[in-house]
Design a binder for this molecule. Structure first.
Ligand SMILES: [Zn+2]
Length: 79
């Protein structure tokens, strides 16, 4: 028995194992494609007050910057 999901952005139904499903703040978010997920999450993110988003944004941004720095360092060592 495969569970059916419904994209909350466009309403398209999709089967288990496809699309993107994530749990956020006790709510299950189901998207049939990355584009639908992006459009929903973008709207969500832009509706969050800036002072709420600035601290987690800095954290995630820094984490990714460090990851890229490490990748670059590794690449340099190989040469
Ligand atoms: Zn969709």
């Amino acid at each position: 028995m495969s569970e059916k999901h419904e994209c909350i952005t466009c309403g398209r139904p999709f089967p288990e194992g496809q699309g993107i499903i994530m749990n956020l703040a006790g709510r299950k978010l189901e998207f049939h494609s990355k584009a639908c997920a992006y459009s929903f999450l973008r709207e969500l993110l832009l509706s969050v007050p800036e002072d709420c988003v600035s601290s987690p944004l800095r954290e995630v941004y820094t984490k990714h910057e460090e990851k890229l720095d490490n990748l670059k360092k590794k690449a340099e060592k190989k040469i």
